[in-house]
Design a protein. Structure first.
Length: 312
């Protein structure tokens, strides 16, 4: 059975359907921080030279400190978490993969693409998204048991570092994924990390080749990981903005989950709700497996908040 891959985004398609230019639209369909980490001037050599070993090591060392990576776990920087997700199924012979649903479906798509069967029974691989997208569910270490290959996707976990399962990265057969596209709001940077079993991380590194991460990404990633005051302030702001969005939506939908980066609501008719906002050039997320769930990301500027409130 092929796994359908649906995503947030798609503003260009929405503009073709409902009108307007891309710049006219407010995209609330993703879980990307709308107030990203500030990117200042990038050294010219980051653009012109092949990324050297020192720059890669400096980045991974910063990652170890920021995420408190166990000493026995290896760290690999990659061109986005999606590049890792596509390759992880190749780490084992095709078998049965358990990916609890509903969740971000790129993992299922990648495993099916490589010949795996999706199954809850006696899995050879298990994948959990922590916190889960779209409902914000958290998992326990025990939820990883019973499979030789264990993947913890923590793309959204930087909003709640105290809930991280990074300690599990020390277990054989385990990989924890991190993303720069969500909490830091730098999806276009294409930077992600695989942290875990050194044997598996080494195989992923060989799949990616010698220069998987660009010079600018190495530079910006290191600066961001070393800027703990920005991370602390951002967590507080996101928590406040998530509560603000819940208040704004309280007369329009029931909150049923989410994280400080996105909120999940139940409405009478998800497609109709999306259509109503789209006609006002605001794009939100709905799901093929639910007729009543809508997911909204956070507005960024005060003008964006006012625009959403007016549309509602």
């Amino acid at each position: 059975m092929a796994a359908e891959r649906d995503h947030g985004g798609g503003v260009d398609a929405a503009a073709r359907r409902f009108g307007g230019m891309r710049s006219d639209w407010l995209d609330l369909s993703t879980g990307i921080n709308p107030c990203p980490y500030p990117v200042d001037q990038i050294p010219p050599e980051a653009w012109t030279a092949l990324p050297d070993t020192a720059a890669q090591t400096t980045l991974t060392d910063a990652a170890r400190r920021f995420w408190s990576v166990p000493q026995t776990a290896a760290v690999l920087a990659a061109p986005g978490a999606s590049a890792l997700i596509a390759r992880i199924p190749r780490l084992g012979r095709p078998g049965r993969a358990h990916i609890p649903t509903p969740t971000y479906n790129e993992h299922a798509g990648a495993f099916v693409q490589e010949g795996w069967e999706l199954s809850e029974t006696d899995p050879n691989a298990r994948v959990v998204v922590h916190p889960n997208n779209p409902d914000g569910r958290y998992w326990r270490p025990a939820d990883l048991d019973g499979a030789a290959l264990r993947i913890v996707d923590e793309s959204f976990c930087d909003i709640c570092p105290d809930r991280s399962l990074i300690a599990e990265a020390a277990r054989p057969g385990t990989i924890v994924l991190k993303s720069f596209g969500k909490f830091w709001g730098l999806a276009g940077l294409r930077l992600g990390f695989a942290i875990g079993d050194p044997a598996l991380i080494d195989r992923l590194a060989r799949m990616l080749g010698p220069w998987p991460v660009s010079g600018p990404a190495l530079h910006i990633g290191r600066l961001a990981l070393e800027d703990t005051p920005w991370a602390t302030d951002t967590r507080a702001r996101l928590a406040g903005d998530a509560a603000r969005l819940d208040r704004l939506m309280q007369d329009h939908g029931k909150i049923i989950g989410g994280t400080p980066l996105f909120r999940l609501y139940e409405v009478d008719d998800a497609a109709r709700f999306q259509d109503r906002l789209a006609r006002q050039r605001i794009w939100i997320r709905i799901f093929p497996y639910s007729r009543r769930w809508v997911r909204l990301g956070l507005p960024g500027s005060q003008a964006d908040w006012t625009r959403l409130e007016t549309a509602l």
